[in-house]
Design a protein around this ligand. Structure first.
Ligand SMILES: Cc1ncc(C[n+]2csc(CCOP(=O)(O)OP(=O)(O)O)c2C)c(N)n1
Ligand SMILES: [Mg+2]
Length: 274
């Protein structure tokens, strides 16, 4: 990746973070922690890696993205608005009456959302079904999907994982947002998932582990995943829940937080000063 591209993606990741903080601050509360941990990934996917056409969200030739941890909706909307799928103004309507941007992703309401999610485990399964359909049709589209580490406590994730390996779904690139925290606390305390990479490998997936905030490392892992001929690919991203939001990063109770615009503006100013 050349320096100009890298700088652009980093700038977009920062923009996506700022839009997300503002969007949730405007509403007064929301899932800030798990939103911030995937901002770098979304910037890389939407601005560099995925084949998409924001002016035609349903374009048949597009790559698909299923954010199975559907409570991260606000950061996906920030990325979509930033990329031009819909006006930035829509972000002010997050989770309010009549909105097209509900707190959890909804494929019927929002241009650019490929799958409804929120009931943990289901989006990931649906992504494997999409990939099988595309493969059966001989289509070149890739399916990208993001699953949470707490979400990986769901048995359904592992059933879908076993299925994808058995069907040789090499058109899948999945990411685990391994931010070590879930709703009620640390993943290791709620239900320890142990060595995630070893587990995905044992399930027959081509598995890599990266720093999920290092754009270049992520980019290389996505390239290696795309080169697979007969296996689905899992990229376990070590991330920090709340990354880049000064009052959420490194905090124990950062899953869903209540905060106002004043606090949001302070966090945005802190990001700008970085
Ligand atoms: C089937 C199901 N059970 C419980 C919930 C409630 N819930 C929403 S988010 C969440 C924690 C998810 O943790 P993780 O996947 O680690 O998300 P992140 O840290 O990325 O925010 C829970 C338990 C849900 N949405 N769906
Ligand atoms: Mg988590």
């Amino acid at each position: 990746m050349d320096k100009t591209t890298l700088d652009t993606i980093k700038a977009k990741a920062k923009e996506i973070r700022k839009l997300t903080i503002e969007e949730i601050g405007n509403l007064g509360s929301g899932h800030i922690g798990g939103a911030m941990s995937i901002a770098d990934l979304l910037a890389l996917l939407y601005y560099h890696k995925m084949k998409v056409d924001p002016s035609n969200p349903q374009w048949e030739g597009r790559d698909r993205l299923v954010v199975s941890k559907g409570h991260a909706g606000p950061v996906v909307y920030a990325a979509l608005a930033s990329r031009g799928y819909f006006p930035l103004d829509w972000l002010k309507t997050l989770n309010q009456g009549g909105t097209k941007l509900p707190s959890h992703c909804d494929r019927v309401l929002t241009p650019g959302i490929d799958m409804t999610a929120g009931s943990l485990g289901q989006g990931f399964s649906a992504a494997m079904g999409m990939a099988l359909g595309l493969k059966m049709d001989g289509k070149p589209n890739r399916v990208y999907t993001v699953v949470g580490d707490g979400e990986s406590d769901e048995g359904q994730v592992w059933e879908a994982g076993m299925f994808a390996a058995a069907k040789g779904l090499s058109n899948v690139t999945a990411f685990t947002d391994f931010n070590k925290q879930q709703l009620d606390g640390f993943v290791k305390d709620v239900l320890d998932i142990g060595d995630l990479s070893a587990k995905w490998k044992a399930f027959g997936w081509f598995t890599q582990e990266v720093n999920g905030h290092d754009i270049e490392e992520l980019d290389r892992a996505i390239e290696a995943a795309a080169a697979q001929k007969d296996k689905p690919a899992m990229i376990v991203m070590n991330t920090i829940k709340g990354k880049g939001c000064n009052f959420a990063e490194g905090v124990e109770k950062n899953h869903s937080m209540a905060f106002n615009m004043e606090k949001a503006k302070e966090a945005i100013a802190a990001l700008d000063a970085e």
